[in-house]
Ligand binder design. Structure first.
Ligand code: BGC
Length: 460
């Protein structure tokens, strides 16, 4: 339990302080040592897909520099590190393991452990092999078995040393950006069938991976990382806006949380969009509830909704409040949302063990300004971590916080210029330098307490 003296939040001794990354975003060398292309490799090499025209061919060159990066983690005092595995390194083709690809993660894990850092492995982080995508990706039921193959291979190889697992990063966002907005490969637009098939198969794969975990690893924790959106009505005084917000919350949050906890989908979503789910999904649902041992929350934003008669199915339209603070990627910054989600897990879902598996602001470089002087990132962290302290005080069972990200990396459709790291990466020289936020985080971890006000922010 956290103790609080004045506005000082004192965190539990065993609380995990980490940072997170993902394979394609940092590793580089995407085709090295027998790997085949991932969907992102193919996508970034298509003209016009990435805002600044960059790709992950080199990224942070972490595939070759991981030892150096682990030294930085150790110097930061991180107690845990969340990373993901490149599926097409390990399975360059369906059904055949590439030992060299697997060896890389083995060395990474050993090196983390010898630096006293707990590894948290994400099996699937927004990145599939091109061969899977050519078979229809997660819109096809066979994808569940392929992901299970990857997960069990990893658990067999690393499970003696890795006790913390994340099955899937952000099933809802992956489906939405891949089949709704076309921001991620396979870049379909308004393909509702694709979107719900993909989401359902990912959630089913999560349940299967949890089952595999209980025989292959046992003594550890497994969960998924949900992209949580704090959803509110644009005008809370308007009943229609409130209704729109309830629906959008079901679509953004409950569509993932309900299958996890109770093996069901939200009724309103089924009522309006049930026809887009795979046939026979009800039978799967019955086998999906109550599987993981913790819930991962990636928290970045609040969304406000207005009722809109003309938006098909949703009848809701996002409202951007100009007076509210936003990140460079357009996310409304709303630290109390982090407190709300932890309280919601407590109140609505029985206070399961949980972790903040991602949180952090993107801040692009501004010419003429020192990129290491990221005071904006420091206040973002303080504001959010104070809300976490506040939730712990209210007895949330939150066990850790993973900052996104350890170092500047390839930020998907925004490319290399959207910077999220504690550590600055010079992509031309691969020189790493600590930003102010890195020193701030190191000091926080060392102290174990944070003196900062965590308040409800007045509505703009
Ligand atoms: C994803 C990360 C991404 C981060 C910042 C999250 O939704 O899991 O891969 O880089 O957001 O945009």
């Amino acid at each position: 339990m956290v103790s609080c003296v004045g506005m000082r939040y004192i965190f539990p001794k065993r609380f995990l302080w980490g940072a997170a990354t993902s394979a394609y975003q940092i590793e580089g060398s995407p085709l090295a040592d027998g790997a085949t292309p991932s969907t992102w490799h193919e996508f970034t090499h298509r003209r016009g897909t990435i805002e600044d025209g960059t790709n992950g061919d080199v990224a942070c060159d972490h595939y070759r520099r991981f030892e150096e990066d682990i030294r930085s983690m150790r110097d930061l005092g991180l107690t845990a590190y969340r990373f993901s595995t490149g599926w097409a390194r390990i399975f360059p083709e369906p059904g055949s393991v590439n030992p060299t690809g697997l060896d890389f993660y083995d060395r990474l894990v050993d090196s983390l452990l010898s630096s006293g850092i707990v590894p948290l492995v994400t099996i699937f982080h927004l990145e599939e092999p091109l061969w899977l995508s050519r078979m229809g990706g997660f819109t096809q039921r066979s994808s569940v078995d392929h992901l299970l193959d990857l997960g069990t291979t990893l658990m067999r190889r690393l499970g003696d040393r890795v006790k913390m697992w994340c099955t899937i990063n952000e099933p809802s966002l992956y489906s939405f950006q891949g089949y709704g907005t076309a921001e991620y490969p396979p870049a379909h637009r308004f393909d509702l069938r694709g979107m719900f098939h993909c989401a359902h198969h990912l959630l089913l794969a999560h349940a299967r991976l949890c089952d595999a975990f209980s025989t292959l690893v046992q003594d550890g924790m497994i969960g998924l990382a949900h992209y949580y959106v704090d959803v509110v009505a644009a005008d809370p005084a308007r009943a229609k806006d409130r209704e729109a917000a309830v629906f959008m919350d079901e679509l953004a949050n409950r569509v993932v949380l309900l299958p996890l906890f109770s093996g069901s989908y939200p009724e309103r979503v089924l009522h309006r969009m049930g026809r887009f789910f795979p046939r026979g999904f009800e039978k799967d649902l019955a086998t999906m509830g109550g599987r993981g041992s913790y819930t991962g929350i990636n928290y970045y934003r609040r969304n406000r909704y207005r009722y809109s008669f003309f938006t098909p199915f949703l009848h809701a339209e996002e409202h951007l409040e100009p007076s509210a603070p936003h990140t460079a990627m357009g996310d409304e910054i709303y630290p109390p949302g982090l407190f709300h989600v932890l309280m919601r897990l407590k109140g609505e879902f029985g206070n399961p063990p949980c972790m903040i598996t991602e949180n952090g602001p993107p801040i692009p470089d501004v010419p003429g300004q020192d990129p290491l002087d990221d005071t904006g990132r420091v206040s973002y962290m303080a504001d959010h971590i104070a809300q976490l302290g506040r939730a712990l005080q209210e007895r949330s069972d939150c066990r850790g916080y993973f900052f996104w990200s350890l170092l500047d990396n390839f930020e998907w459709s925004k490319g290399l210029s959207m910077r999220c790291g504690l550590i600055h990466t010079d992509f031309a020289t691969q020189k790493r330098e600590w930003k102010k936020s890195a020193y701030w985080y190191r000091d926080l971890i060392k102290r174990g307490w944070l003196e900062h006000e965590a308040s409800e922010v007045a509505e703009p």
